[in-house]
Design a protein around this ligand. Sequence first.
Ligand code: FES
Length: 150
Amino acid sequence: MKISFKVNGKAYTEEARPDMTLVMFLRDVLGLTGTKHGCDGGECGACTVLLDGVPMNGCLVLAPAIRGREITTIEGLAQDGELDPLQQAFIDHSALQCGYCGSGMLLAAKAFLEETPNPTREQVKKALSGNLCRCTGYLGIIDAVMTAAK
Ligand code: FES
């Protein structure tokens, strides 16, 4: 089925197979490989993207469901050649190790800070509890989000 939607502000009209998940659609059809494919079961958060500004696991959304919607992926976080303050804070705190969780972490944190601009560490931990880091680098990630919130 052909659907129209936006990704990172760009309008697309594409054929979307009804059995294809959003994460695979982004990666295999649109070539946006910054969104990672992990558990495929809504457990790890590696596939997190923003759907109309709300964090979603791309492995739990079927591609045709984005008809008329706006998606933000990690490729859309930097604007006009400038890193998002969250991205800079992740660099400054060496918050990523293997980096596989990074795009999902950053997008979940981005949506969280929009809603909660002055969070406590506990709120950050809770907000990112759906995003797993298999390197267990959580301290740097939380520090980075707290820095970006300042
Ligand atoms: Fe979607 Fe793990 S790949 S939550």
